[in-house]
Design a protein around this ligand. Sequence first.
Ligand code: PLP
Length: 453
Amino acid sequence: MDYELINLEDAMKASRKEVIERYRKHLNPELASLLAMLGYDRKFVKAEGFRIFDDGGKEYLDFLAGYGTLNLGHNHPELMEALRKVSEMPNVFQASMGVIAASLAENLARITPGDLNKTFFCNSGAEAVDGALKLARISTGRKKFLYTQNSFHGKTFGALSVTVRKYQDPFRPLLPECYSVPFGDDKALAQELKKGDYAAFIVEPIQGEGGIIEPPSGYLKEAENLCRENGTLLIADEVQTGFGRTGKMFAVEHDGASPDIMTMAKSLGGGVMPIGAYIATDEVWQRGYGDRNKCILHTSTFGGNTFACAVALKAIEVLVRDNLAENARRMGERLHKKLDGIADEHKLIKEVRGKGLMIGAEFYEPKLAKGFSVEYLAGMVSGILLQEYGVITAYTMNNPNVIRFEPPLTVGEREVDYVAESLENVCKRQKGLLGVTLDIGKKMLRRRMGFGE
Ligand code: PLP
């Protein structure tokens, strides 16, 4: 075979221009334009902890952290070392029991609430959600699924079928028999579950992509009770909220709720390896897959591979040892308070929400002229934070008017204060909504027309 290939060394050395050209040509040209408009068309070459560096040596503070993937920060040295430690073991070997996977599954049983005990390993959040939905069907013999409006559970066909409509429409038909209720409304939930034919109710303990929305206190516990009463399984999707993000190991713990199935991914792999999982009670799992004919009905080639499991095992060890959930709680409280202060002082921010280091600030929608509003103010502010203060944030997928602050759980007061001050400066300097809009509008236009920064 005679191909002219780019080798790894040359790929690493590719100029920013070459990267952009290749991305446009072979990946997603429209996404490339969007990233350019927001100022993210840089060549980032190094990352450690909560810092990222571009090829010009400029340093950035990562307050996005892979949407909850980097609870331990970038390239944690102990995780990289874990990878080296197992590098001579068989990584993918289906015809055996994964040596590291077995211990990781035991640790997951130890750190998850209630009676969750049987784990299935896969590679992403959406795959974990698909697996959980399938388990609910096979375990209950029921077909219907209930989910919440404004949810986000992923974009594979199964996960998409229980995700906000906005992403569903171009891909219909989806999974049949999926119905939604308003998030946080236990009366609506009770009404629907009373029908007695739902396999599962799937819910995020805090809606992430929906705009960092918390349900009323007690909602998840009530959901658990209602599900039990009606023979429906409760699936808690902790893909984004898990592993200390909200100030507890898992966010359902704030409510003392114990789901029948829990999904996880993102920070399970410490930001180093892709790994997802669901964990279920023995009873639910046994009813689903507990006999010889059923035990391989749901599998995944890379699920439970040694490298990913070793990193996950170490990631949990570090998270617990360094008490990062507690740091998330303390730093989150500090950031929340400062953002509340900014919201009171400057009439740009409508509301600040969230728990631990999963915080969203929702911006007002400025009305520029009759019939024309700027929906993406949060995206614009996020752009200024990046370009002028070197702070990486992003808006939430379902609600582009919310900036999310989800840094690694290792951040300290210095980083939190810097980000709050940067945001305050943006609000102060821009003299209100119109100022921000016009300023950013000009910058975006310049970038779009190729005039650089
Ligand atoms: N579930 C939740 C709550 C999420 O926030 C996400 C992704 O943001 C997913 C599922 C999907 O995860 P993945 O992108 O790994 O498929």
